[in-house]
Ligand binder design. Structure first.
Ligand code: ARG
Length: 429
């Protein structure tokens, strides 16, 4: 391993203990290294601005940081067990190439604000991707809701309830994903604060140019209190995972619908072949594995959220426990975003089986229409309800799924879907 940043004379280390301390850190830090380098560059520029580094020193450090980013991206610099973590790797590389100057990069910063700023930049990127993906899902759903409306059964308790439509189904998920996109953006705004320059969590005796690094790194604001900067580690990760979980939860219900709708028993939906796989033993099978794995992605997101929540049982100030929050966000976002990213194409590609859906609409499903019509004509609803229950078969005569949907004029329902409101919110995003 490269020299430990914190190595002092007379301090003993033990290989087994060091391995335990590092855990998967050096591997996980591959996710964050480019952000760490970006923030290191801002830090160097900030040090030049306050005269702690000469212009020439700053230029050398910046050039070497760029070179490291290039080598890392090209696979020529590998972040591995030679280093304690990504932060150490950056300093080791600078010292390797620039000698004593490399050791100046850490002036006025701690790995505590270094990891905070790198993970925060990473989280901002992921929340941006989340918002974009939710947007794309909502757009596909709204397009399909506007393009076509086929009658289908509407269920409550998984029992046939009232006539619904594919347009209503799609509109429901369109609105859900507009909310999810909005929530991702809100969360992005919440966490859009620069922790760099808070050092170990108590500030430093240097007039660091934190306004500069804030603007240079594209943060909306400076995270003012060094104590809060540390308190926000894990808390902001949790907020990001909650935004992700909100989308993943709708995703799970959508996947559930599709896995039911594609069974022979329902037969409402045909999935494009690319979303199904075969069985190794049953030659007759095509299985909707993709939908099932999409459904399962929620488990990874929820697990990540739980892990961080459990980690946060801590007093204020940096605690090493927080290191484990990195694995949680990496895995949670990997699974959650991976599943969501498949959704726009999948939803564009599903085909409805109009006949099967129509065949599943039975006459009892008009009973609510019948009762409400009588109530509209002045019969007390409870009386109309009982009458409709008794005469469901008879009352359904002459009714069609289209007539039921055509009369569904309550705002948002089939005859008045108000798609323009959803369009407006989607474009506001
Ligand atoms: N790997 C550490 C983490 O993720 C980096 C910060 C280490 N700071 C410290 N004081 N030991 O939290």
């Amino acid at each position: 391993m490269s020299d430990l940043l914190w190595q002092k004379t007379g301090v003993q280390t033990d290989a087994r203990i060091m391995r335990f301390l590092a855990g998967d850190d050096v591997l996980l830090d591959r996710e964050f290294l480019l952000f760490d380098i970006e923030a290191s560059k801002a830090h160097v520029e900030g040090l030049v601005r306050i005269g702690l580094l000469a212009d020439a020193e700053g230029s050398k450090l910046l050039r070497e940081l760029d070179a490291l980013a290039r080598d890392f991206s090209a696979g020529e610099f590998v972040l591995d067990e030679r280093f304690e973590d990504g932060h150490s790797a950056i300093e080791a590389r600078l010292s390797d190439q620039l000698g004593a100057l490399g050791g100046k990069v850490h002036t006025g910063r701690s790995r505590n604000d270094q990891v905070l700023v790198a993970t925060r930049l990473w989280l901002k990127t992921k929340l941006g991707e989340l918002a974009e993906t939710c947007n794309a899902v909502a757009a596909v759903c709204l397009d399909r809701a506007e393009a076509e409306s086929l009658p289908m059964p509407g269920y409550t308790h998984l029992q046939r309830a009232v006539v619904s439509s594919t347009a209503m189904w799609f509109a429901g998920f369109a609105e859900a994903f507009i909310d999810n996109a909005w929530r991702a953006r809100q969360t992005l705004n919440l966490i859009d604060a620069n922790p760099l320059g808070t050092a170990a969590g108590y500030g430093v005796n240097l007039k660091l140019d934190r306004d500069f690094t804030t603007q240079r790194l594209g943060f909306a604001r400076m995270q003012v209190s060094p104590i809060y900067a540390q308190l926000s580690r894990g808390k902001f990760e949790l907020a990001a995972l909650e935004a992700l979980a909100s989308a993943a939860l709708d995703l799970r219900r959508l996947a559930w619908d599709l896995s039911l709708f594609t069974t022979s028993e329902y037969g409402f939906v045909k999935l494009p072949g690319i979303y199904t796989t075969g069985s190794s033993i049953m030659p007759n099978k095509r299985n909707p594995d993709v939908i099932e794995l999409i459904r399962a992605s929620y488990a990874s997101v929820a697990a990540a959220r739980t892990e961080i929540e459990q980690l946060l049982s801590l007093p204020s100030g940096y605690q090493r426990d927080l290191q484990l929050s990195k694995g949680a966000i990496v895995h949670g976002f990997h699974h959650g975003l991976g599943a969501l990213a498949l959704l726009p194409d999948l939803l564009s590609g599903i085909e409805w089986n109009a006949d099967a859906m129509r065949a599943a609409i039975e006459s009892s499903m008009y009973a609510t229409d019948v009762a409400i019509e009588a109530a509209r004509a002045g019969v007390p609803f409870r009386e109309a309800y009982r009458h409709a229950a008794d005469s469901a078969q008879h009352a359904a005569e002459g009714r069609t799924p289209e007539s039921s949907l055509g009369a569904r004029i309550s705002p948002g329902a089939a005859a008045d879907p108000q798609f323009e409101q959803l369009r407006q919110r989607l474009s506001d995003l």
